[in-house]
Design a protein around this ligand. Structure first.
Ligand code: NAI
Ligand code: UGA
Length: 456
């Protein structure tokens, strides 16, 4: 099938490449000429494990091309909208202007009967708004097919998703022929797109537009809720002498709770969870549902409070931040990505610098994305060089190479053996055995007291 993917960022580039790997002929369209140029040469514009291989394969088979021209999408039977829906600059709501301009640019190039399928994360009611733009084309069916992939595992998540969701006009009742049960119209088109996944037994849920839009927002809101819940409890652990890592391990063994997204630490960031819970909040407020509005407000404020807690703890561990040399391990919003959008690590690093610390940041992949936006921070690609002379080490993004650091080797580089493990991934006993003071959120009960700190 000939498919177009409009918007080739973290979502769209992976979607285009995985569809091509399933045997479709795919053209990716983006307004960013630099990104298109890289993709067309088979080079990923960002770090995502496995993407480079799929791009190379797509180029070799000729099934995957990229362009800045919407006219190159004209013969596609299905168009996926994957443009950004960032937080508005003036409110908590989502900025839908990229979606609107993509739909308007696509409109003159739509072949008769081609389907337009949204994948971007949008507030409920967005499909109705887009239908207005496509009003003159009743032959063009619309669908919403939200995406649940995570950066860092995006290729695998796209090829083996937990489920596929199709939001269609009239919902499930209208999607199938009542006599034969055969899928109709856009449902049939999406089944053809995802045939290999459906054949592999991936479940597919068909629902109406509002349900599809809300499934995605609610899923991200729930993940954020779980993270903020355990982070709030981590504060209770600090206040009471309990250990949050043992607590969450025990809680997670109950299958009704589950251990995932129950890892206490610096909290969530990235291009999605923070803006999606704020958009969810603003949708709820507009619809007069105060409970969801209030709930998301609390989830957001607990999350941001983790960053202040981390800065306060750093100040306590240093006996004041002014003039201290601190090293931050990690700049991306989570491991296995170079994405620094709303990165908790960089936010904390900037706050440490604002408090007068000399901050050196290192990261295995994200240094190039970050250094220009943070002139007040010193960036260092080498972990060893970044650690030299540190009076405090903060582990803020839990890349594997930081989890595996040797406490004795690192001890030979730093000026003071004090580590703030804000992601709770180090083994405090192993580090303490090498003379380190180790602190992390919710672990005050399991770590040794800090010795008197001299001012250098
Ligand atoms: N990043 C992720 O892991 C996931 C993202 N999503 C959702 O997918 C959407 C896209 O997110 P990302 O890929 O992370 O954003 P991104 O910012 O990486 O990519 C968006 C792309 O759209 C392009 N674009 C903007 N306006 C355009 C237009 N008029 N025509 C064509 N291209 C245009 C931009 O140049 C950019 O390359 C958002 O709604 C996000 O919430 C959903 C699931 C996962
Ligand atoms: O809508 C989206 O864009 C995507 O948002 C998240 O995916 P992603 O942002 O890639 O990252 P996650 O792995 O979910 O992590 C989000 C943040 O939560 C933090 N986190 C996660 C888990 C945890 O236990 N504790 C915790 O602090 C991570 O460090 C990270 O900053 C969702 O997991 C995806 O399902 C969704 O498709």
């Amino acid at each position: 099938m000939k498919i177009s993917v409009i918007g080739c960022g973290y979502l769209g580039a992976v979607h285009a490449a995985t569809l091509a790997s399933m045997g479709h002929t795919v053209v990716g369209i983006d307004v960013d000429a630099g990104k298109v140029d890289r993709l067309a040469r088979g080079l990923p514009p960002f770090f995502e494990p496995g993407l480079d291989e799929l791009l190379r394969d797509g180029r070799t088979t000729g099934r995957l091309t990229f362009s800045t021209e919407f006219a190159d999408a004209a013969d596609a039977q299905v168009h996926f909208l994957c443009v950004g829906t960032p937080q508005s600059k003036t409110s908590d709501g989502a900025d839908l202007s990229f979606l609107v301009s993509a739909a308007e640019a696509l409109l003159p190039h739509l072949a008769r009967g081609a389907a337009v399928v949204g994948k971007s994360t949008v507030p409920v009611g967005t499909v109705d708004m887009l239908r207005g733009i496509l009003a003159g084309r009743p032959d063009v069916p619309l669908a919403w097919n939200p995406e649940f992939l995570r950066q860092g595992t995006a290729v695998k998540d796209s090829l083996v998703p937990d489920r596929l969701v199709y939001g269609v006009e009239g919902g499930k009742a209208a999607a199938f022929n009542p006599a034969t049960g055969a899928p109709r119209a856009v449902t049939a088109a999406l089944d053809a797109v995802y045939e290999p996944l459906l054949n592999a037994g991936i479940p597919r849920l068909v629902c109406n537009f509002a349900t599809a839009e809300l499934i995605k927002s609610a899923a991200n809101a729930f993940l954020a809720t779980k993270v903020s819940f355990i982070n709030a409890v981590s504060e209770l652990c600090d206040a009471s002498g309990a250990d949050v890592t043992e607590l969450s391990e025990a809680m997670g063994m109950d299958p009704r709770i589950g251990s995932r997204y129950l890892h206490a630490g610096l909290g969530f960031g990235g291009g999605c969870l923070p803006k999606d819970i704020r958009s969810f909040r603003s949708q709820a407020s507009a619809l007069g549902v105060g409970s969801v509005d209030d709930w998301m407000g609390v989830v957001d404020s607990i999350n941001l409070h983790q960053r202040s807690r981390t800065v306060d703890l750093a100040a306590e561990l240093c006996g004041g931040l002014a003039g201290r040399s601190v090293t931050v391990l990690g700049a991306s919003f989570k491991p296995e990505t170079d994405d620094t959008r709303d990165s908790p690590a960089l936010d904390v690093a900037a706050r440490l610098a604002a408090a007068g610390a000399h901050v050196t940041v290192t990261d295995p992949k994200a240094v190039n994305h970050a250094w220009m936006r943070y002139p007040q921070l010193r960036f260092e690609a080498s972990t060893e060089r970044a650690l030299e002379g540190a009076e405090l080490v903060l582990l803020l993004t839990e890349w594997d190479e930081y989890r595996r650091l040797s406490p004795s080797a690192v001890g030979g580089l730093v000026r003071r053996r004090v580590v703030l493990d804000a992601r709770n991934v180090l083994d405090p006993a192993a580090w303490e055995a090498e003379g380190w003071t180790v602190r992390g959120p919710g672990r005050a009960g399991s770590t040794v007291r800090l010795a008197e700190i001299p001012h250098f």
